[in-house]
Design a protein around this ligand. Structure first.
Ligand SMILES: [Zn+2]
Length: 55
């Protein structure tokens, strides 16, 4: 549902780190924030991100 080339240019706005597609979410490989995908469009907004579970 997300184009691979699009995925490659997406990065976490917080750490500027590439994100990983996991299910219907884009997950930052560094901080673990999860960004939603709405109608096929990644929402790369910090305010919309789900924080990872605290360890
Ligand atoms: Zn991040």
């Amino acid at each position: 549902m997300i184009d691979k080339s699009l995925l490659e240019i997406l990065a976490c706005p917080v750490c500027k780190t590439p994100v990983d597609l996991q299910g219907d979410r884009l997950v930052c490989t560094k901080c673990g924030r999860r960004y939603p995908i709405r109608d096929g469009i990644p929402v790369m907004l910090v305010d919309e991100a789900e924080m990872p579970a605290p360890r």
